[in-house]
Design a protein around this ligand. Sequence first.
Ligand code: ADP
Ligand code: MG
Length: 509
Amino acid sequence: MLACVNTIAMEGVKAVPVEVEVDLSRGLPSLSVVGLADEAVREAKDRIRAALKNSGYKLPTLHITINLAPAHLPKVGSAYDLPMALGLLAAMEQLPISSLSRRIFLGELALDGRLKPIAGSLPAAIYARNAGFEEIIVPEGNGLEAAFVEGIRVVSPANLLALVRHLLAVEPLQPLPVTDWQQWMREEKPAQRNLREVKGQEYARRALEVVAAGGHNLLMSGPPGSGKTLLAQCLPGILPPMTLDEALEVTTIHSVAGRLDPMRPFVGVRPFRSPHHTASQVALIGGGGNPRPGEVSLAHRGVLFLDEIPEFGRTSLEVLREPLESGDVHISRAALSTRFPASFQLVAACNPCPCGYLGSPHRSCRCAALRIEQYRSRLSGPLLDRIDLHVEVPAVPQEVLVAIPRGESSEEVAERVIEARMRQYLRNGSGISNARLDGFSLERHAGLGKEEQVLLLNAGQKLGFSARSYNRILKVARTIADLAAVEQIHTTHLAEAIQYRVGGLFSQG
Ligand SMILES: Nc1ncnc2c1ncn2[C@@H]1O[C@H](COP(=O)(O)OP(=O)(O)O)[C@@H](O)[C@H]1O
Ligand SMILES: [Mg+2]
């Protein structure tokens, strides 16, 4: 007896179809799983045995073969438990084969037959709808997430038995209502901090506004307690809000990472991720046996904040170069290679030296020159080169600290940022910020007059700019002109952009 069950595998953030075939034949009683299954899938045998037993079924004393097709596609994780168990029940003639067709199943089984949440049910539901299935079955904990998708019935049973009764039409389960995530989107508010709180730091505030307006990367250096972390946390609140499409895209990544809150499985505000410097490379970049998005992808369309950036391992920092350049990250393992989106804005912070007080008017630095040198050299040239704005954030003077903050609120700054973005989208194409301009478009949209060319050339000759530096300066100058609402880049805009390039303690051409 042969039964066939539809499920999916994840390829990056996309679900692709997989068929689970179960065959029973005479021979030595055994259960084998074939079809490029990983350890977790092979371990499913024991979970399925227990879950079936505890749901009142007994495995037949036959030779059982479970095949996962197509064979070339790696099958990882525990979401195959449910389709395999159902295939077995159908092969055992406990379920009509017809009850399995036009349906997609995924879920992990607990030993008592409960269905445990799995990652990726949102992209699975999108696939199921697009492929014309009538119904998708996901564990209870993933129901709201799958119900984002309109045009397909979503059923999320608590356990195997409830599902069997549904499939037998003995006790049909109600499909979930479509999640009103547009309502959630309207209710979301940025949880981050507000620029209203920030005292002093006019220069860094300005840099933050430029960064927000053009989608650039930022490095802040300064002593502890000067407000670097505070400023970084203000960035999401001054960025343009995500569109519905962007929110869905970000939510999908968080679904694949298994990071959504079951009660409110939605990311509607730009993410702010701040991994600790002890985070592993896999945690940062993504990967693992069952490849999951890392911090760079969880920060997609938002902010990746690396505090104390010299403390991150050199190899971890080097791998950031790819996503910074291309907006996605490539993960390859023996059997598969995957891409995850990773288009984030990098904000990095560091102290001027290991003890943090170099240049402080109040405390003296105790670091040896060699240690300072070593500390700074942990940031490689190519990485620094990809950070457009380098800004010093000095200690705030006492008299400013005791006074009430006088700066604008995030809401006021955000208005200018949104206007500057609109100018960019009109000129560069929808959704393309200045930071994302390619070389050719940059030539077209950031042309310089004679005077500006001379200024840039002089600065470049003095400071030894690389070709990438030139491009990055032009992009930042373009953004500064957009904030000033002018089409032509002037010397003042260019000079400000050059200053950000050569400012800060880690400056370089
Ligand atoms: N410029 C500032 N304006 C207002 N509060 C500040 C400022 N700088 C620091 N603080 C306060 O000190 C705390 C620690 O600052 P933080 O941003 O963590 O400093 P850093 O990251 O530079 O070490 C902040 O949470 C904030 O309450
Ligand atoms: Mg800090």
